[in-house]
Design a protein around this ligand. Structure first.
Ligand SMILES: Cc1cc2nc3c(=O)[nH]c(=O)nc-3n(C[C@H](O)[C@H](O)[C@H](O)COP(=O)(O)OP(=O)(O)OC[C@H]3O[C@@H](n4cnc5c(N)ncnc54)[C@H](O)[C@@H]3O)c2cc1C
Length: 408
């Protein structure tokens, strides 16, 4: 099968290298971004991707660039959780700083637009809950503030007129998921990375001072390995004898036909699950993490009831949605965990093994996470400390089981 991306480039190599300095398992935006960061540092790196490059969550997401504390867990898990989320908030904000210059760095358009995010409220109770969230966001360094009813009308006249107000987070925005993952792949390749789509890693064994990764196309001996397999991160960790509470959650998103340019912001709703933005081509991209279903083969499939509910919420907040024809809805598996904080960096007790798994919002976080993992690999001073994102936190809480890596 011909890979979807890189079609104007020379064909990708079929044969795997026998040895490589660093192998990256997973060619989503995370894996391709680490490949780019390592290759530009002169490190010999190969990406082994089970399917096509950037075609799973990295190609199926809604393209929101999130910085604010997510409202759902804020309400459910409360302030103790928020305190633990402070460093993740800083990571997201640092990543958005990188998105600002990413088109120049990767030398290609990505439809990056950073006009801010609006979390809108329909009543005073929601506004009151948001006020505390805004305070905490400001404490964490975000440029968030509350807007009253009339200010909101001025800033966002496309919203339903009866909304009570909003929280505005200036850092947030959007980018194209269809462009960003492939752009990292192309740039990584330009820097010398080897990209191997349709190359699933099936088994892993420790071999001398590295790891032997077996695929249907042969085996690669790698001194270092990065796990960047998104929703499959738990399963890949198991190949290394690690039992981690990371999983894939089926969710869905939709896009309408293009409408006149109207919505510069990323829009959320405090009353129910919603993200809404207008893409560069005019479509209204509607998501918010509504559940999809798994079919009999375990593949995600769109849930019609949740699609209707998602569209009703969108039309409640942004009335033009009711007049726009729906073009497409699609499901995807988002990489999930319970605390919403990433698993990043070296794996204790497994020399050369590194993790990159940013749950729920990994599109936003990919540029900074890739850079931090590359810095950990090369021993550079990191842009931000990542110790608290180590998988050691699962060891401490007793929710990780470390077995021995299987021989193979
Ligand atoms: C519908 C939807 C909407 C979303 N909206 C947003 C959003 O608006 N903003 C945001 O920030 N985030 C969003 N996300 C989350 C975001 O898309 C993901 O967190 C992010 O794409 C994860 O990137 P990744 O490269 O780590 O994983 P993935 O994109 O899942 O890539 C992992 C890759 O690993 C490969 N792989 C797995 N096992 C193996 C193996 N054994 N060998 C080789 N390769 C393997 C897979 O084939 C896959 O291509 C959304 C997700 C979904 C599904």
């Amino acid at each position: 099968m011909t890979p979807l991306v890189l079609q104007s480039e020379p064909p990708l190599p079929e044969a795997l290298p026998e040895r490589i300095d660093t192998a990256i398992i997973g060619g989503g935006i995370s894996g391709c971004a680490v490949a780019f960061e390592l290759a530009r540092r002169g490190i010999e790196v190969a990406v082994l991707e089970a399917g096509d490059l950037a075609a799973m969550a990295s190609g199926a997401n809604s393209g929101s660039l999130h910085a604010q504390i997510p409202m759902g867990p804020f309400i459910e898990a409360g302030e103790a959780w928020v305190r633990g989320f402070a460093s993740t908030t800083r990571l997201l904000a640092a990543s958005i700083e990188l998105w600002r210059d990413l088109e120049a760095l990767l030398a290609t358009p990505l439809e990056v637009s950073l006009k801010g995010g609006l979390l809108v409220a329909e009543n005073e109770a929601q506004l009151a809950a948001m006020a505390r969230k805004v305070e905490l966001e400001r404490e964490f360094g975000l440029d968030s503030h509350l807007l009253g009813r009339s200010e909101l009308r001025e800033v966002a006249p496309y919203l339903a007129p009866d909304l009570a107000g909003a929280a505005f987070c200036a850092e947030e925005g959007k980018a194209s998921p269809l462009l960003a993952g492939p752009a990292f792949a192309t740039a990584a390749r330009r820097e010398g990375a080897l990209l191997h789509p349709f190359t699933p890693v099936q088994t892993i064994s420790e071999s001398g001072s590295g790891y032997r990764l077996k695929t249907p196309k042969g085996a690669v001996l790698a001194r270092r390995v990065v796990i960047a397999t998104g929703a499959d991160a738990g399963r890949t960790a198991a190949l290394f004898g690690l039992d981690l509470p990371l999983w894939g959650e089926p969710i869905q998103a939709s896009i309408t036909e293009p409408v006149a340019a109207l919505i510069p912001h990323l829009v959320y709703f405090a009353g129910d699950k919603l993200t809404l933005k207008q893409t560069a081509s005019g479509g209204l991209l509607i998501g918010g993490g509504w559940d999809a279903r798994l079919d009999g083969l375990g593949r995600p499939t769109v849930d019609g009831g949740n699609l209707a509910r998602n569209l009703a919420v969108a039309a409640r907040v942004v009335p033009v949605v009711a007049r726009a024809k729906l073009l497409r809805s699609w499901p995807g598996l988002v990489n999930a965990n319970a605390d919403w904080t990433p698993v990043l960096g070296p794996v204790p007790g497994r020399p050369g093994l590194h993790f990159l798994c940013f749950p729920w919002m990994g599109f936003t976080a990919a540029p900074i996470c890739a850079r931090l993992v590359a810095q950990a690999i090369t021993g550079e001073t990191p842009d931000l400390a990542i110790d608290e994102f180590s998988i050691a936190r699962y060891q401490r809480s007793g929710s990780m089981v470390v077995g021995s890596a299987p021989a193979g």
